[in-house]
Design a protein around this ligand. Structure first.
Ligand code: ZN
Length: 249
């Protein structure tokens, strides 16, 4: 698979060419927050970016570098976490998508890897569609694709295997598995995650330490190159098929 370049890595005529063919723009969306001692603060953005780059290789279109920050007040108890207000994030979406629309983008993909971005992402998608003539937005929660397809054994846990793999894919030097020595109790963490992910009755966690005291939990069993490729390429492949089907490209 040829590595797709992002907007910031292209010349202006190259961005026009990428948009002309499909009118498709793909925005990776993540968060800057703690992920224990073994993963970088940028884990969620790096994960979204690694999936989005592969998706762009498969679908064509323009990979648009987005802000690394997300909505993450629950992680503020840990040093380094940067929290955006939902209003700020929505405003950035409107300006970035308005610019892309100006340059011809009509099919927009918000490719997200951070659960608490969901409300801002949905509001922004609706507003973009209402305010940008002809724009359609498809929301892809790549972390949930990975969970459904590859998380039967390890689940989708904060700082666990499914978050390690997409960072290993493109930024292996930032992963320190030797420091992953203090996972929080898995039973409590999993129960909290089940409750907050229940579509019918759920709560909004205020401080992640009430869910996982050390900031992360989960199994990190298989980080072999084969597993990295399986999960990262596989998640991107599923996302790309859904994007092509929706936009009929
Ligand atoms: Zn994460």
């Amino acid at each position: 698979m040829e590595r797709a370049r992002s907007l910031m890595e292209m010349s202006s005529p190259e961005t026009a060419e990428a948009l002309n063919k499909t009118n498709l723009a793909i925005l990776p969306i993540g968060s800057v927050e703690q992920h224990g001692k073994h993963l970088p603060m940028g884990t969620d953005y790096f994960a979204a970016e690694s999936i989005a780059r592969r998706v762009t290789s498969l679908t064509g279109g323009l990979l648009v570098d987005f802000i690394p920050f997300g909505v993450t007040p629950l992680h503020m108890g840990f040093p380094g976490t940067i929290n955006l207000r939902a209003e700020t994030m929505i405003a950035v979406f409107m300006d970035v998508c308005g610019s892309l629309h100006h340059h011809g983008a009509r099919n927009l993909v918000f490719l997200n890897w951070h659960e608490r971005n969901l409300p801002a992402v949905e509001i922004a998608a609706e507003r973009v569609q209402n305010e940008c003539e002809g724009a359609r937005v498809l929301i892809v929660h790549a972390h949930f694709i990975a969970k459904d397809k590859y998380g039967q054994k390890v689940g989708l846990t904060h700082g666990g295997e499914l978050e390690v793999l997409p960072v290993l894919a493109d930024r292996p030097e930032l992963v320190r598995l030797d420091l992953a020595d203090d996972p929080s109790p898995a039973g409590h963490g999993a129960a909290q995650d089940r409750l907050r992910r229940d579509p019918a009755v759920y709560y909004i966690p205020k401080d992640v330490r009430t869910m996982y005291a050390s900031g992360w939990y989960g199994e990190i069993e298989d980080t072999s190159p084969g597993r990295v490729a399986e999960v990262v390429e596989g998640t991107a492949g599923i996302a790309a098929e859904r994007i092509k089907a929706y936009f009929e490209i």
